[in-house]
Design a protein around this ligand. Structure first.
Ligand code: HEM
Length: 392
């Protein structure tokens, strides 16, 4: 099949429902594909995605990480963010914020996450449908990141609404309005807390950011607000969808689910396979700093390239029989958290939350079904998951 016959857009509702058949076509027939709808080249093979992630000098993040129409610079629409920066600024910012994500600090969150998970599971109905997203997968990571940042837990519904609006806006169609309004609301929300932290420091991430220094200079107000937005959105939308996707996959694989319920120590490896099999972040973009000839295509400097993590993770060359879900697989090479300099800062936190959440869920319910007819998919290009999902 030629590039012309194949059509792929990350925003196509059919792709959002099930992207895996078209990913296979892309990998087999058009490993460097031009998507008119996304105004981007699309890389879908494991080797291509992995090579791009580890070559930030060619594949820049500084013009944004979502496909945008020609002439639109995402970084002009949002305040500066670590994830949308290149070296040397990236190295400085990453060093600074890494201090808050040390293994010791993350391990210190474990007891609190156990309590939170138990509280949420206690509130699940004894019988009948349970909205897994609003009752469990949504609040858990939202509360964890709210506590880390130091914002009130009670505000979680509000900031969840803002961040869900943000990830569902489709920048390739110029649908910036609702997403930008949500970002503006989040900036305003955080600004008040930052002012408060300057006056009254506390033992939280926001205070640490306010007082942090890079080469003797504090972060600007815009950089601080950008950080808060990134941590809030990256810190919970992704983990929420890892949990929701996991609930569906385990419902569809009852033998694996029972094996995990009987052997909770297998859950951490299963989490890696769940991340690989249905990656919460399906793809993010880069901008080329020079021209490249790849798979017979000439890609020009300044072109946008979408790196499909979700497809790389289903590449048979990297994971034999990749469409098969196998909790005994040990997929160490999976790229659901990216790779290279932008490797997910919150990966160990997300793994910890997922392990505790799934072990506790499996300890209470050996069996469950999901009602996919009534489930609502997130209408997001980059993020794969559900906005509502009934479990029973
Ligand atoms: C299952 C959950 C998660 C997934 C699948 C995920 C995925 C990713 C991916 C793919 C990247 C790479 C971005 C790129 O290469 O452009 C990334 C970066 C990042 N993630 Fe996560 N993430 C998750 C959870 C979290 C959590 C819990 C936090 C914070 C509390 C977080 C914070 C970040 C930050 C700050 C970056 C930017 C790092 C940088 O640019 O150096 N993520 N994440």
């Amino acid at each position: 099949m030629s590039n012309q016959q194949l059509t792929y857009s990350p925003f196509d509702p059919k792709v959002i429902a099930d992207p895996y058949p078209v990913y296979r076509e892309l990998r087999d027939n058009a490993p460097a594909y031009w998507s008119p709808d996304a105004s981007s080249w699309v890389l879908s093979r494991y080797d291509g995605v992995s090579a791009a992630l580890t070559d930030p000098a060619t594949y820049s993040s500084a013009s944004g990480i979502f496909p945008t129409p020609p002439g639109v610079d995402m970084t002009e629409l949002f305040l500066p963010m670590l994830i949308m920066s290149d070296t040397p600024r990236h190295t400085q910012l990453r060093h600074l914020v890494s201090k808050a994500f040390t293994p010791r600090r993350i391990a210190g969150l474990e007891a609190g996450i156990h309590t939170l998970v138990d509280d949420l599971l206690d509130q699940a109905p004894e019988s009948g449908p349970w909205d897994f997203v609003s009752g469990f997968a949504g609040p858990l990571p939202a509360i964890v990141i709210a506590d880390m940042l130091g914002v009130p837990r009670e505000d979680r519904d509000q900031f969840r609404t803002w961040s869900t609006t943000l990830i569902q806006s489709n920048p390739t169609r110029g649908e910036f309005g609702p997403g930008l309004d949500a970002a503006a609301a989040l900036y305003e929300y955080f600004a008040a807390f930052l002012t408060e932290r300057r006056a009254q420091p506390r033992d939280d991430l926001m205070t640490a950011l306010v007082h942090a220094e890079v080469d003797g200079e504090h972060l600007s107000e815009d950089e601080l607000l950008g950080f808060c937005l990134l941590l809030l959105v990256a810190g919970h939308e992704t983990t929420t969808n890892l949990l929701s996707n996991s609930a569906v996959i385990l419902a569809q694989h009852p033998d694996s689910r029972r094996q995990l319920a009987d052997n909770p120590h297998l859950v951490p490896t299963a989490v890696e396979e769940l991340l690989r099999y249905d990656s919460p972040v399906q793809g993010l973009a880069r901008t080329l700093t020079r021209h490249l000839d790849l798979h017979g295509q000439r890609m020009k400097a300044d072109d946008t390239v979408l790196l499909l993590f979700g497809s790389a993770n289903r590449d048979d060359h990297a994971f034999p029989n990749a469409d098969h879900f196998d909790i005994n697989r040990h997929p160490e090479r999976q790229v659901a958290f990216g790779r290279g300099i932008h490797f997910c800062l919150g990966a160990s936190l997300a793994r910890l939350e997922a392990r505790i959440a799934l072990q506790a869920l499996l300890a209470r319910r050996r069996d469950w079904d999901v009602d996919l007819d009534s489930a609502l998919r997130l209408r997001s290009g980059p993020i794969r998951g559900y906005s509502s999902l009934a479990l029973q």
